[in-house]
Structure formats: structure tokens, C-alpha cells
Design a protein. Sequence first.
Length: 289
Amino acid sequence: MTNTRLGIMYDRAWDPAGLPEFARRVEAAGADDLWVVEDLGWNGGLTAAAVALAATDRLRVGLGIAPAPYRNPALFAMEAATLARVFPGRFAPGLGHGVDFWLAQVGATPGSSMARLEETLTSVGGLLRGETVTTAGREVTLDGVRLVHPPEVVPPLFVGAVRAKTLELSGRCAQGTVITEGHGPKDVEAARVHIGRGGPGPDHELAVFAFCHLGDDGPDRAAFDEAVTGQAGWLGRDPGELFTVSGSVAQAADRVRELWAAGATTVALRIYNAEPVDRLAAVVEALRG
């Protein structure tokens, strides 16, 4: 597992009260990352990240992702800087366009989604680097804002991206990219090309989320199949075309290796089996072997 990372997602449907113990078990299982999500009506991403970080000693916690249109960049930078100072090198904040329907529900639909994301990334990045930021953009306005306590270890900013323009934006403005569930090795290779057009730094990370179910049957298989079908509809693909980490433990490990070989630096599993941490530990062991 040298130079590559394996993680797990804390599913939005799970009670946040279970997050501290889950995070401790994930760390004990030998994983590198735990990713929390922020979808409207479920759990707060920054607070979830804080809970997981406080419960662990080594684990990196990623936020994948916070919607830029309803996250003020100055306040987001303040929150991210606090976590990065208290837990240096262990927090990976992520920002994205957000879901149009949810943005409309809270009155946060931007005039330009691309401008909002780019201006937010640029502003947050500058603030986290300790700069005084002034900007009068199409979507973001800041006047001489500076963090009093910028992080000593600047966290990598990730961008949630699917389409070519956003992938290129990530290469230009961020230090990492998050790709959603269902994307396979060919998608990862194509994403690397688009990210490269943005002129990324040599250490630009690519985190790939992946649906995971070990074994062929079980009561949780239906939920896995439903999730894959729903994601396929969103991506405009046939469910059979979506890449998943599934089968036996050995087969799942091979699927993770395929994503790494295609250019993913991190694979974060969204596991649908009962006792997901036990399944994660089995995959970690298979990869080490």
C-alpha cells in the first residue's frame, strides 16, 4: 500500500452518534482515511470531521464534499484552519458545486456555479496560507480578510468533480480531486488528463469513492444494488457499466489495485455489508499480503 491510501466513507444514513467509535475502529483496522459527507438534511460535514479527528490519533479525515454556494469562504476557512491547527496533517477539506435541487431549497443557487466554486477555492486557499485576501468576484466578495491563526500545516483542498471543466478547475485551484462512486479505471485515467490541463502540482491527489459489497448475497445486497442503480441514473449510464469493489475479499482487493494503477491515490470504500469495518479490515489485510 506504499504511496497509495485506502479509506472508508461514513455513510450519510448512519447516525452521527456512532461516528466516534466507528472512527476508532477504522483506525485500528489499519485504514489511512475516513471520509465524511455533507448532504442537505443529513450530517454537518465540518462537525463530523471534528468528531472523527478528536476520536483518533493517526487517521486522516476527509470532507467530501461541502457545497461552495452555501459555505461562506471566510467562515469555511476559519473552520478548516481550526481543525488543521488542532490536528495538523490529518484534515482534508473538500468543496464542490452542490446539488441544484438542494441549493434551490435553501435559496443558495449561484449565478455562476463555476465562478462560485473557483472564487471560493481561491479565497479559502489564500486564507489557509495566511494571506490577506481581497476579492470582488462574480460570486465572492472579501475585503482584507485574514486569519489570525492560519494552520501551520496547510491542508490540501479537494474538489468534488465529474465533468471536464470542473476537473480542469480542480487541477488549477486545488491540491486534490474527489471522484464519485461508480467511476472505474478508464474514468480515472480520463480524469487525470482533464486535471492535468489545469496545471496541477506534482502532488495533486485523486480520491475515488467506490461502492463496495463483499460476497454475493445477504440482506444488505439489495441496498447495494439500489445505490448502484440510483447512481447509474444520475451518471446517465447502465448500472452494469458502473465500477464497484465487490466479490470476494481477494477480488475486492484486486479492484482497489485497478483504481490505484489507473492513477487514484486514495480509494474510499462505501461498504454496504453489515459490520463494514470488519470488511474493511479484511481488504486491508489482503492488500498488504
